[in-house]
Design a protein around this ligand. Sequence first.
Ligand code: FES
Ligand SMILES: [Fe+2]
Length: 474
Amino acid sequence: MSMDEEFKNTEQYAESDDKISYEPYRFDWAQPEWKDTRHIHKRAALKDFGTERHRDKDVYLSREIAEEEWEKLFAKTWHFVGHMNDIHKENRFKKVEIGHESIIVTRGKGDKINAFYNVCQHRGATLVESDFGSAKKLVCPFHKWEYGMDGSLKKIIDRETFREKALCHDLNVPKVRAESWRGFIFINMDPDAMPLKDWIGAELDQLLSAYDFEKSVRVREVVMEWPVNWKLAHQAFNEGYHVQATHPQFFPAVNAYHVQHDLYPNGHGRSIYNFMMPTPHLKEVPQDLAVEHKIFLREAGLTEENFPKTYAEVPMAIINAKKARKNYAIDYSKFSEGQLIDDWGVGFFPSTETFLHPEGWFIQHWRPHPSGDPLKCIYSAQVYAVPGVGELPSFTGVQGKVNPDLDKQPGIVYLDTDDLEGLGPVISQDREVTPRTGRGVKSRGFKGAVYSDQEIRIRYWFDEYYKYMRGHKP
Ligand code: FES
Ligand SMILES: [Fe+2]
């Protein structure tokens, strides 16, 4: 059933006698008091971005602004492109597409990463079309110029037919900055960008130190075109406000209301979602455990007979079971109690959002469309898991047991833009609803967005965005 049909069957269109009532403004929600010896739940200082309506609709509609964005923002910032384990052997490569650019990332000796544009220096043909591979050299299919795995030119066929002066230029493929952080590979097209480590920042690095990022292996990667501006799609992952409307199946197992949003330097953010707890929007808490409860209980090593009987017992049952686990793939003692069940949504500016659990991470991106059309974008997502774990939350789109294996990592799945099933049960709802905002912002009847403080990360994001667009960032 499409979302429209579903809405028609609910009270969405029904007359309501309810008076609109609301509590006075408050934002500084108390979080559950988890044992947190490392103080990683500490709230970052909140900033006040005011209450102005966001009237600048052109950022979603204008092709000129999209081009400017490419030059001033995308070509200047670090972008997550994969993991060292995606290219786990010397001479393995991964092709990465961002906007209209295609970039080859290769593994050199040891931990060395090379990244260079996927373009032959003879007449501009792309060097590789496959997403992954291993090679000792890259041979251009057009006239067979040969390059090393670091992009250096090695051989020109019929070299004697070129005059010396025609070949006196630098004919190595231009490099792209590539650095790794905790196993993750980021690229930057700006040779003068600040080092990746500094851009991520010491605070975020410390907050995330428990997760075994380095060990993780890719178990799924998807790419799909979304018919909406990349910023509008990305925004839905910077706030939990829409969860009560867009993802009602989460009511029993996700409290997306009392979310702690934190803002970190360079536009990054964190949102802590209390999992395994019902949302306060739920008027009556049902008795049966929800699918998500069961996944988490199984993942904690509990069997159906040992499942708790009530919702209220679920969080501590999972926390205690994980803490008691010995000789498991994950050393749960490194994590705070909250981290054992909560979802940590950590966003890396400008367009990468992660959902982190001790067992694995779901990493999503919304990037400009290669055609430059501001009303479309390319969505991509990678799911990584720690070898030896069992199940991951359902929103990752991975169902049942994961089986992370370095030598059997899956290829990229290219989903048709309407393949909601392929996207999984949760993200498909975001894919369906966000293009509505794309249509709406065009209307003369829409004067610009207003944001609650549940959407503070969107305001912060734009604060950083305009720094790039107005040339205040290097
Ligand atoms: S375009 Fe690559 S060898 Fe001619
Ligand atoms: Fe969503």
